[in-house]
Design a protein around this ligand. Sequence first.
Ligand SMILES: [Zn+2]
Length: 76
Amino acid sequence: MSLAPQEIIVVAVAASLAVLAVFAWIGRGRRGSFEPRSSRDRVFRCGQCQYVYTDDEDVDHSRCPQCGDLNGFVEF
Ligand SMILES: [Zn+2]
């Protein structure tokens, strides 16, 4: 039993996509540990609908993306 040329191409594309996905995942993990950008975001919790979301660190008050209520940030 042998593969048709189209099947070989499909398998090759799938394999290279899988390899790319693995490298992208590794690269993102490394970058994330060196660049603490996401952890500098402020966490907000809406007093209206209890929705938890993040915004930039220099923002003191942010509007809830869920209901539009203005909220102060939560300090941990
Ligand atoms: Zn809300």
